[in-house]
Design a binder for this molecule. Structure first.
Ligand code: MN
Length: 225
């Protein structure tokens, strides 16, 4: 096999306590999965089926420095629990979907809120607001069951708490989110699913230090440069 040019390097997450890396295939994200965040975005937090958007897998970054994106005056942080998929399946029950989740990480769904607001108002797609380069900072994976399903999820900017909630405040549990996703895509090993953010999203600027944490998981810290 020869290539016209070199294929891109695989995108990977490190795994706590393991030498092996998790190869990332695809990043799916769920919108408005905490009632208080749905309300702060002007939506009705009823238990409608969750909706999804995607980020390209090379939007993932594990670097301590994340470049501030172009073309936005209103970059927002969204701390999220990330599910790592380790098996294949489609049209799954929540129980079967839960069995596909082999690990967990802390992620931040960086969002160009100004571009997203324009897209929403004009009925345009979200790609430029959600799927830009370096838009998915993510910490290392912890394999196994979620250590503390009712535990804290939080994000601080320059030491000031901005988001503070509990994982059991999700409208749809991680297994339910993965089950819903599996009705829309055949899930495969290497897929990551961002499960939505709690309330308290807000703007960040160049130089800000962002610390994201979920009970029992390795924290994620990065600086916008
Ligand atoms: Mn999000």
């Amino acid at each position: 096999m020869t290539w016209l040019f070199n294929p891109p390097a695989p995108v990977a997450l490190s795994i706590i306590g393991r030498q092996a890396l998790f190869p990332v295939r695809r990043i799916l994200c769920v919108g408005q999965n905490y009632a208080a965040h749905a309300r702060e975005m002007g939506a009705d937090p009823t238990r409608e089926a969750p909706f999804f958007f995607a980020k390209p897998c090379d939007a993932l970054t594990t670097e301590a420095e994340v470049p501030f994106p172009s073309a936005t005056e209103n970059l927002h942080h969204e701390v999220e629990l990330v599910c790592a998929i380790g098996g294949e399946g489609a049209d799954l029950s929540p129980a079967a979907a839960g069995n596909l989740i082999i690990g967990w990480a802390v992620g931040v769904d960086l969002t160009r809120r100004d571009i997203q607001a324009e897209a929403k108002s004009r009925g345009r797609p979200w790609d430029a607001s959600k799927g830009f380069d370096h838009s998915a900072p993510c910490g290392p994976l912890t394999l196994g069951a979620l250590p503390n399903p009712g535990g804290a999820i939080a994000l601080a900017v320059n030491g000031e708490m901005r988001q503070s909630a509990r994982l059991d405040q999700m409208i749809w549990s991680p297994a339910e989110v993965v089950a819903q996703a599996s009705r829309l895509w055949r899930l495969m090993p290497g897929d990551l699913i961002f499960t939505g953010t709690p309330e308290g999203v807000g703007p960040v600027v160049r130089g800000d230090r962002i610390e994201a944490a979920i009970a029992g998981l390795a924290p994620l810290t990065f600086t916008l440069t």
